[in-house]
Design a protein around this ligand. Structure first.
Ligand code: SF4
Ligand code: ZN
Length: 480
């Protein structure tokens, strides 16, 4: 089970999930050293690092960030180069037509991105004198399609602003190095990551640091095959330490060794949970040994509701009494009264005849209806009811009987009783069964309406003389 914060506003977050001042420095140094030796050379990085004109840097990084929003780096490179060759400045782009822009964009997909770049360029030229804003928040406010992430990336990479970035790669790295076991998609988790990113970003090289975090997530701390052995942050990584601890424990138990793992740096990384009340720790019982560091990040699983289908049969006598049976003492809807039900597979339209045969067979075999009575079973409606993890479809059948005498019920039910509608509504029954009864009522009303309409002058159906049944509900035999 994924731990979710009780309150998205202020979850209890223990010390494990924050950096100490010492750790901040170490992570900055190690990550930047790694980045300097391993970074991919990309055209927008080169412009950001070498172009003296602030406006040109922002323009290049803005274009690259928008292109990268839904497209891989390897695909973006050639598009970026072609774009910059055609429109080297924001002024050039503003003079282009949307058609020309779409032509250059062709193949990248999500054309709304191209339109937003074009709109943004025109806005910069027409409303801001051709000058990009120089703060993250004003970039977000002025440029269409630029949100918190893109604004922070442009501000740090092109303008050297000290703001962190959080994207999917950074979230994964942070979840692992700070052992965040809370649902990664929760608002409170995301806000925590933004806080961490803003603290962690290197004050002198914010753009490089942010790119390094993203690069590490994209190339080393990958979702399925993280290369922890070559990771510059492993000594600061809770996930790695926790996995190392686990490996050490299993080695120790094999070789009776008390040697401590040399992977664990003298830091404040505690063993498992940091505070008993912490809402961000991954609990012991949720740790899957076989997953190692990939225990992080966690995403709340949407519990798939199970599809179930059953037939419910309303056996109704001419005096309005219906057979209700009492469910077993344990399990779902224990002790409640319900209409007799017959389990079905996931019925398909083309299986309806088979289903009808099964229902009739069950009615004859387990409820002792005569073949004629069973053959009168009619499907009248479907009722869907959602239980916590089950989407239950009731296929509602009706059997009209003269009397209920001789009818039995299967032995897994605690008992049976013939009830009229008032008794039924006063008994312990589920909402689902009330829905079923409503469906039966509606169907009967429809039939009545048709009869009254079609047989003008006939005696109304509800005034038809009913047979007198005096004893059927006191003489039910229960077969065992
Ligand atoms: S040590 Fe492994 S899990 Fe931790 S940050 Fe590095 S690659 Fe990711
Ligand atoms: Zn914790």
């Amino acid at each position: 089970m994924v731990r979710s914060a009780k309150s998205s506003a202020s979850p209890i977050v223990g010390p494990l999930h924050h950096f100490t001042a010492n750790e901040l420095t170490r992570v900055q140094e190690r990550l930047l050293a790694w980045y300097d030796g391993n970074k991919r050379v990309l055209p927008w990085r080169t412009i950001a690092a070498t172009e003296p004109d602030r406006n040109k840097r922002v323009y290049a990084v803005w274009v690259s960030e928008i292109m990268l929003q839904q497209t891989q780096v390897s695909t973006v490179v050639s598009y970026f180069e072609q774009w910059m060759a055609k429109w080297p400045t924001v002024g050039d782009l503003a003079q282009a037509t949307l058609e020309e822009v779409n032509q250059v964009w062709a193949g990248l997909g999500y054309y709304s991105r191209a339109r937003r770049l074009h709109e943004g360029a025109k806005k910069i030229v027409e409303e801001l004198n051709g000058e990009f804003p120089d703060e993250r928040d004003s970039l977000v406010a002025q440029l269409p399609g630029v949100g918190r992430y893109s604004g922070s990336a442009i501000a740090s990479i092109a303008l050297g602003k000290r703001v962190g970035v959080v994207d999917g790669n950074v979230s994964r790295v942070l979840a692992r190095i700070r052992g965040v076991g809370a649902d990664i998609s929760a608002q409170s988790t995301s806000e925590h990551f933004w806080d961490l990113a803003n603290q962690l970003v290197d004050p002198d090289r914010p753009g490089d640091f942010n790119q390094a975090m993203m690069e590490l997530g994209a190339t080393v701390c990958t979702p399925k095959t993280p290369s922890c052995e070559s990771c510059p942050l492993r000594n600061n990584c809770v996930a790695w330490n926790r996995s190392a601890e686990q490996r050490q424990t299993s080695i120790s138990s094999h070789f009776k060794s008390n040697k401590k793992s040399d992977e664990r740096e003298a830091s404040n990384i505690p063993d498992i949970e940091c505070l008993p009340t912490c809402e961000f720790c991954l609990r012991k019982e949720d740790w899957d040994e076989s997953q190692g560091v990939m225990n992080y990040p966690r995403k709340a699983q949407k519990t798939q509701s199970r599809e179930e289908m059953s037939a419910v049969v309303i056996m109704k006598c001419e005096n309005g009494k219906m057979l209700l049976v009492q469910r077993p003492k344990t399990g779902l809807l224990a002790n409640l009264w319900e209409f007799p039900s017959i389990a079905l597979g996931t019925g398909k339209e083309d299986k309806q005849e088979q289903e009808m045969r099964d229902v009739r067979r069950e009615l004859e075999g387990k409820y002792c209806l005569t073949p004629t009575q069973a053959a009168s079973a009619r499907h009248i409606s479907d009722v869907v009811h959602i239980f916590s993890h089950i989407r239950q479809t009731y296929r509602v059948y009706k059997v009209s009987l003269d009397v209920g005498e001789g009818i039995t019920w299967p032995e897994h039910y605690q008992g049976g009783h013939w009830m009229d509608k008032t008794e039924f509504l006063a008994s312990a029954t589920s909402t689902a069964m009330k829905k079923v009864l409503k469906a039966v009522d509606d169907s009967e009303q429809k039939v009545k309406g048709k009869k009254n309409k079609g047989a003008f002058g006939d005696q109304p159906a509800d005034t038809k003389k009913q047979k007198t049944i005096s004893h059927f509900f006191t003489k039910i035999n229960k077969s065992r």
